[in-house]
Each structure stands twice: as C-alpha cells, then as structure tokens.
Ligand binder design. Structure first.
Ligand code: HEM
Length: 379
C-alpha cells in the first residue's frame, strides 16, 4: 500500500510540475488549478478579513494552529477506536473532547472558529486544517504550505489519551506519535510549531506566556532557548508540565525541555539550531502529513495554490543567536555526536519577553470547562 506521505508528495509534484495545466476562473474571480478549490476563496476572504484580522502570527494564528494538531492526532494506525484523524471531531464532538485534560484551552479555538464554520460550506475537518494552514502564512519564516481539500467529518469522538501531555516522558510521547504514523523526526519537526506559540493555561496565573523570545516569527530561537539552562519561572512555580526557563517572561514545557535532552531526540532537536532551512522544510512536510492523518488523500484535491504567500523572514532572524547576556556556557549540551553550534550573543540588556496579546475573538462564550459552548451547532 502507498504511504500517505508518498501519495501527498506525488500529488504535489504533479501540481508543481503542471505549468501547462489549464487554470479555471472561479465565480469569485480568482484562478486555481482545480474547480473544486473555488469553494475555498470565500472562506479565505472571510477568515483573512474577520477571523485573522490584524493578526500577525499572534494569538488567533497560534490558536488555529494548535487545534489542527489536537484534531488530527485522534488517530491510530492500529486501533480504529482512536478516532478518524483530521476529522473535525474536536468541535463536532466538543462536548466530549473539549473536556479532556490535554485539550485545556481548545475552547479558545472553538470560540474563534465555530462562528465561521457555521457560515461556510466545507467540512469541519477541512475548515480546521485550512484555518491552520492560513494561520501559518501569517508567520515570517514559514515556507509556502501545501493544502489538500476533501476531509470527511467524524461520526464519533476521539477518546481521551490521543493528545500528548507536557508532563509525559519522551518515550511515551514518541510511542503515541508513532502509533498515529508520525516518526520521531517528524515529531521534532512538528514541534517547530512551538516557535510560534505560548501557554495560556500551564501557569494558571498568567496567559499568553511565549515558548521563545520571538513567538510571532517562525525562527530557530526556540531550539536554542530550550537548550539553555533554566533559571526562573515567569510566573508561579509548581505547575504540572512546566520547568524553569532561561529568560524572564518565557515559559518552558517539561516535554520541550526533555525533547532537547533525551537521547532519543536531542540530536534531531539540535539539528534545527541555526538551520532555518532544515527547520522550515521538515516542518512543512511533517505538517502536511499530519493534516492527512486518518483521511484518504487519493479522494482529495490539491488546493495548494489557494494558500497565500507567507511574509519573508528578515535577515536578522535567519540566524540563531544567544539571547542578550547568555553564551555557550549556558547551554546544556545533550547531543553526543555533534557539538552545539557557535553562536553570537545578541547585544543589549537581559530580555523580558512580553506576553502574547490575547485576541478578543478567542475569548467568547465557550469556557474551558465547557460551559457556554454551543455544542448544538453540530447536531
Ligand atoms: C507532541 C507533543 C506536544 C505537547 C506535549 C504539547 C503541549 C502544549 C501545551 C501544554 C501548550 C500550552 C497550552 C496552553 O496552556 O495554552 C501548547 C501550545 C501550543 N502548541 Fe503544543 N504540544 C505538542 C505538540 C504540538 C504540535 C505537533 C503542534 C502543531 C503542529 C503544537 C502547536 C501548539 C501551538 C500553536 C500552541 C500555542 C497555542 C496558543 O497560543 O493558543 N503543539 N502545546
């Protein structure tokens, strides 16, 4: 049987190589390679103008990205009761899935996306993955992401336990990811998403705590900063799944700390340091694979040409640096086979990373404990 990633790559190659293919003009005036993709242009216009209005890779974009993972990972290559993958079950069966501990905060995505899902005629599963793909294009450093259309919506919820938790050990997280068909290398690649992310609920006293000093830029700083010795908590201490970070205002997940140090992943992690191209290409490919979990790509249409072009990465962000005041001596070297790269230290006083400003659109009636959520939408 052909692997999902092979089918995807073959499909994309046929589109990239199809310079002579006749394009169609949609009723909305835009052109695309496949008429089936025309349905996406009104969705794109609406979410660009209203859901992501003014968002430059900040809270709304981060929220849309995280839910795409939590929805897709409800899948097992070995156990059909684990869900049907990137299938919209996170919202369709929100009454069940939003209640799982690992989905704390996904209510923000429900608030952000459900009003738009109601207005448009694509599957919930496609909407979640489309919104995430568009969210990536808000972030400098992202390579043009592909997009496949045609996911089938869930008919039953994913069970508790499909989404990795920040307090789990690396072997446990990798086993869950492998069960869903994602390798250790793909898992590390996917965690580049934490370069454009933060935590609202890990420290219950502060929301919008970034995972690195540049949470609105898809750059390699996340992989440098997670390798630095932790010295402080940005807010309260003693929170499950949190360990000390090296920079004021920045939060570090225990799982990211362990990914950087565990012998199963430390060299994969370090390979991203000062290697923007490696980080961006491996993320693009792993994310495209993740977005197809549980779905049949042979029944889907390549709509990559609908996706906007991401902003360019500034030259200053293309190279990793040690944050001000920190040097190679602050690195906890973990990869045994390759030394940590020599980096310059950024000039200036020690950083205090500001909180990620929260979008009012993620703060609707649906609360983390499930009260106020309009679950009837999907029945
Ligand atoms: C595999 C292990 C992973 C673990 C243990 C993990 C855990 C977490 C945790 C605990 C948070 C903070 C939630 C909060 O308090 O608001 C978070 C945030 C986030 N994660 Fe992950 N994550 C993992 C993988 C991924 C993947 C694969 C993606 C995407 C491809 C992703 C994307 C994000 C994003 C974008 C946020 C920020 C959300 C926001 O600001 O609203 N994570 N993750």
């Amino acid at each position: 049987m052909l692997s999902t990633s092979f089918v995807l790559l073959a499909g994309l190659a046929s589109v990239y190589g199809a310079a002579l293919q006749k394009r169609v003009t949609c009723p909305t005036g835009q052109q695309t390679a496949n008429a089936a993709c025309c349905v996406l242009f009104p969705v794109l216009d609406d979410i660009q103008n209203n859901m992501f209005a003014g968002d430059t890779c900040s809270d709304a974009a981060h929220t849309a990205l995280r839910v795409a993972f939590h929805d897709a990972i409800g899948w097992s290559d070995n156990d059909p009761t684990f869900g049907t993958g990137a299938d919209g079950s996170m919202f369709i069966f929100g009454e069940t899935e939003l209640g799982f501990g690992a989905n704390l905060g996904i209510a923000d995505a429900f608030n952000l996306e459900v009003p738009f899902i109601k207005k448009h005629n694509i599957s919930v599963a496609d909407f979640i993955q489309f919104a995430a793909t568009v969210s990536l294009t808000k972030c400098p450093g992202i390579l043009q992401p592909p997009f496949m259309l045609g996911r089938v919506d869930a008919t039953f919820p994913a069970p508790d336990g499909t989404v990795p938790e920040p307090f789990q050990n690396i072997d446990v997280i990798l086993a869950r990811m492998a069960d869903a068909g994602l390798s250790a290398a793909e898992t590390v690649a996917l965690l580049a998403s934490h370069s454009i992310a933060g935590a609202d609920d890990v420290d219950p006293t502060i929301s919008g705590l970034p995972f690195d000093s540049t949470p609105s830029i898809f750059d390699t700083q996340f992989f440098v900063e997670t390798q630095l010795r932790g010295t402080l908590f940005p807010g309260s201490s003693g929170n499950q799944g949190e360990v000390m970070s090296p920079i004021a205002g920045e939060i570090r997940l225990q799982s990211d700390h362990l990914f950087a140090r565990d012998s199963l992943t430390n060299c994969l992690w370090q390979a991203n340091v000062n290697n923007q191209n490696h980080m961006a290409t491996t993320f693009r490919d792993a994310f495209a694979h993740m977005q197809l979990l549980g779905q049949d790509p042979t029944q889907m249409v390549d709509c990559s040409d609908v996706i906007p072009v991401p902003p360019p990465l500034a030259a200053a962000n293309a190279r990793s640096v040690f944050p001000p005041g920190l040097t190679h001596s602050d690195i906890e070297q973990a990869c045994a086979s390759t030394a940590f790269p020599n980096l310059a230290t950024a000039p200036g006083a020690a950083l205090t990373v500001p909180n990620i400003v929260q979008s009012p659109l993620t703060d609707g009636d649906c609360d983390d404990d499930g009260t106020g959520c309009d679950f009837a939408t999907f029945t």
